[in-house]
Ligand binder design. Structure first.
Ligand code: NDP
Ligand code: MG
Length: 387
């Protein structure tokens, strides 16, 4: 078997590290073309040495010489700057793991899609913002998108891609996050440290906060809408605190298919790395008897308004998802800096959506314009909520 060539965008993050862990456990199966990071030079250099990457690219230009020193004698070529990240993203690896967090990942993901190869997509924010622009680019180049997000990976595995007309509904599961049982009053007071302490999954700070507000589930409904072409009302979310059932696909005859597994991102990541084959992982095996019970409950849209916001704009589409995403990124950063309260995140996103209503973006440049303007507007709105 010839080695599959792989590039990892966001190699120093939670998803990036899990990807590198799996690659290191399978010597000879993968050949790493390039790794990228934003500011974590030492993490990037260590990862590049570990997997013998040909290129290592740091997004922040000022860190070039530090990277060059850290890679000295390793055989890995250093590079720096956002253009260099986009360049390696488009260099045509068999598989590109898109694991940058936020809309910052959009330009590299587009470059990877244009190369016409396979993109393992973790970076949901780029698909939420660019939607149809991104899926059209994939269709044009013939690139395949393999979802890494555990819910979408589950749906992908259960979805009859040849006969989608047999599918009635898709149900995404959500753990409910750390505040599932907290009252609104209690949620007003929660700290960033409490919000990033997810009960089941280990993730980067931004995505952990999104899980706590259920904005993550809202973004995922939009992500699913673009990945699996059904009407907007075919997508729903249900709370499932154990995070064992990763999502469900309901067929017109009443059959429901679900994918189950331990809550470990290395399982969906391994699916995308090995696709269409399967590969071993060191992950805990699912033991249903030990799990004992699987609970499900309806999400409370009053305590978690972010999910309602996302649901409401799912059918509308246009520029709204990009505005929601940008406003959320700004508000989450302000919350993580302890500048605003937890409940202000959804309020700020809602206000941004109500004051800014541009036409639907038709190109990536137009998506960037909407994203940039929505960030300015949201930063102004954040100013009203500072404590
Ligand atoms: P992390 O915050 O852990 O990692 C983010 C990665 O992106 C790091 O490598 C970081 O580099 C890099 N990065 C950050 N900002 C920029 C930028 N402006 N330009 C280029 N690179 C940048 O995030 P996660 O790994 O948790 O998440 C990655 C993506 O996967 C997100 O879109 C998230 O929603 C999605 N996802 C994550 C899951 C998880 O379990 N973690 C589950 C499902 C989806 P540096 O380290 O140098 O800052
Ligand atoms: Mg998910």
């Amino acid at each position: 078997m010839t080695a599959k060539t792989v590039t990892i965008l966001g190699a120093t993050g939670s998803i990036g590290k899990s990807t590198i862990d799996l690659i290191s456990r399978n010597p000879g199966r993968f050949e790493v073309i390039a790794l990228t990071a934003h500011t974590d030079v030492q993490g990037l250099a260590a990862a590049a040495r570990r997997v013998g990457a040909r290129h290592a690219v740091i997004g922040s230009e000022a860190l070039y010489s530090e990277l060059r020193e850290a890679l000295d004698g390793s055989g890995t070529q250093p590079a720096a700057g956002p253009d260099a990240v986009v360049e390696v993203a488009g260099s045509g690896a068999d598989l590109t793991m898109a694991a940058i967090v936020g809309c910052a990942g959009l330009a590299p993901v587009m470059a990877a899609l244009k190369s016409g190869r396979t993109v393992a997509l973790a970076n949901k924010e780029s698909l939420v913002s660019a939607g149809g622009v991104m899926t059209s680019a994939a269709a044009e180049s013939g690139a395949m998108i393999l979802p890494v997000d555990s819910e979408h990976n589950a749906i992908f595995q259960c979805f009859d891609h040849a006969r989608p007309h047999g599918i009635r509904r898709i149900v995404l599961t959500a753990s409910g996050g750390p505040f599932r049982t907290r009252s609104l009053e209690e949620m007003r007071q929660v700290t960033p440290a409490e919000a990033v302490a997810h009960p089941n999954w280990s993730m980067g700070a931004k995505t952990s906060v999104d899980s706590a507000t259920l904005m993550n589930k809202g973004l995922e409904l939009i992500e699913a809408f673009h990945l699996f072409r059904l009407g907007a009302d075919a997508f729903d979310a249900v709370i499932h605190p154990q995070s064992v059932v990763h999502s469900l696909v309901e067929y017109v005859d009443g059959s429901v298919l679900a994918q189950l597994g331990a809550p470990d991102m290395r399982i969906p990541i391994a699916y995308t790395l090995a696709y269409p084959e399967r590969m071993e992982t060191p992950c805990e095996r699912l033991d249903l008897v030990r799990t004992g019970r699987l609970d499900f409950e309806a999400p409370d849209l009053e305590r978690f308004p972010a999910l309602g916001l996302a649901k409401a704009i799912l059918a509308e589409g246009g520029a709204k998802p990009a505005i929601l995403n940008a406003a959320n990124e700004i508000a989450v950063a302000a919350f993580l800096d302890s500048r605003i309260g937890f409940l202000d995140i959804a309020t700020i996103a809602s206000e941004a959506l109500s004051v800014y209503d541009p036409p639907a973006p038709r190109s990536v440049d137009e998506v960037f314009e909407v994203d940039a303007r929505a960030r300015e507007i949201s930063s102004d709105i954040v100013g009203k909520y500072l404590h």
